[in-house]
Design a binder for this molecule. Structure first.
Ligand code: SF4
Length: 283
């Protein structure tokens, strides 16, 4: 079965609806909002309606599940790339119920529920102690404040895998408050994804921030996935001024860093010469 998503760390993406509203700095250049606008959908903001889908759309994961079963290979589904599953609106409740039913019907798919609103998880999921084996629960941690606010909430839920999406990474993130003094794998963080922002208005991700996360993951036994540099990539100090090169102070590395706006494709996804594609061992 072919890959049905351009996102490196998943096989498929599924959206139970389209639309959302900004909640934190990571939302500033929301790619989903830009995409929805481009295709003429007015579904962004607290006051806008959301876009819902017919049965055909909802049947797709059933097909992916059948293919996964016949290929004897589990597949990952990212839910949701065009919404936040835990946005607190009553018009979303019936669709959330439908989603929980779909997750139940597709045991060969691992559902990656990623949210910037972990404070709403407990109010909306039907599970308490026994979470289904095929749910991975994640929260976005774009900076230290979001780590401090969201990570303790995420870790309250006994999902099979709990993961962090540090993308777009907007600052230094120190996870040691959760990993320090805890034996490997007992800190409860099963996977960390990191990446820089893409698009012309993107904010740069400094190399020290990415390295710090990678090193901390390595020391704590957490699989690390480096998705991309994004729009900005580190370069050597320029001999002449160039408008696409900017100077930053990298507080982790304690030095000036030059970053060039080269675009996501050219910037690539190598960190210190290596591709970081780690996954939880059971994946
Ligand atoms: S929570 Fe996610 S989908 Fe919603 S506005 Fe923020 S970045 Fe976009």
């Amino acid at each position: 079965m072919g890959k049905n998503s351009s996102i490196e760390w998943t096989d498929h993406t599924f959206n139970p609806w389209w639309g959302c509203a900004h909640v934190s700095p990571g939302c500033e250049n929301c790619y989903a909002e830009a995409w929805a606008k481009r295709v003429g959908e007015k579904v962004w903001g607290a006051k806008q309606d959301r876009r819902f889908f017919t049965g055909k759309h909802w049947n797709e994961p059933l097909k992916w599940n059948a293919d996964a079963e016949s290929g004897k290979c589990r597949k990952r589904v990212f839910c949701a790339s065009m919404a936040d599953v835990f946005e607190l609106r009553s018009d979303l409740d019936e669709w959330r119920e439908k989603l929980w039913g779909l997750i139940d019907e597709t045991p060969s798919l691992d559902w990656l529920l990623l949210t910037k609103r972990p404070q709403n998880i407990g109010k909306k999921v039907p599970w308490t102690k026994d979470w289904p084996n095929n749910v991975w629960l994640g929260t976005t941690v774009e900076d230290q404040k979001r780590a401090d606010d969201r990570l303790p909430i995420l870790l309250q839920f006994p999902a099979k895998h709990r993961f962090l999406s540090c993308e777009p990474l907007l600052g230094r993130v120190d996870l040691s408050a959760w990993t320090r003094h805890r034996p490997k794998k007992l800190h409860g963080i099963d996977w960390v994804i990191a990446g820089g922002e893409s698009g012309t208005n993107a904010r740069a991700m400094l190399p020290g921030w990415a390295r710090k996360l990678r090193d901390e993951c390595q020391q704590s036994g957490i699989p690390f996935h480096f998705k991309q540099w994004g729009h900005w990539t580190p370069v050597a100090a320029p001999r002449n001024e160039k408008s696409t090169i900017h100077k930053f102070w990298d507080e982790v590395m304690g030095m000036e860093i030059f970053m060039e706006a080269k675009g996501k494709k050219i910037s690539g996804r190598r960190l210190d010469g290596a591709i970081w594609d780690e996954l939880p061992a059971t994946a």
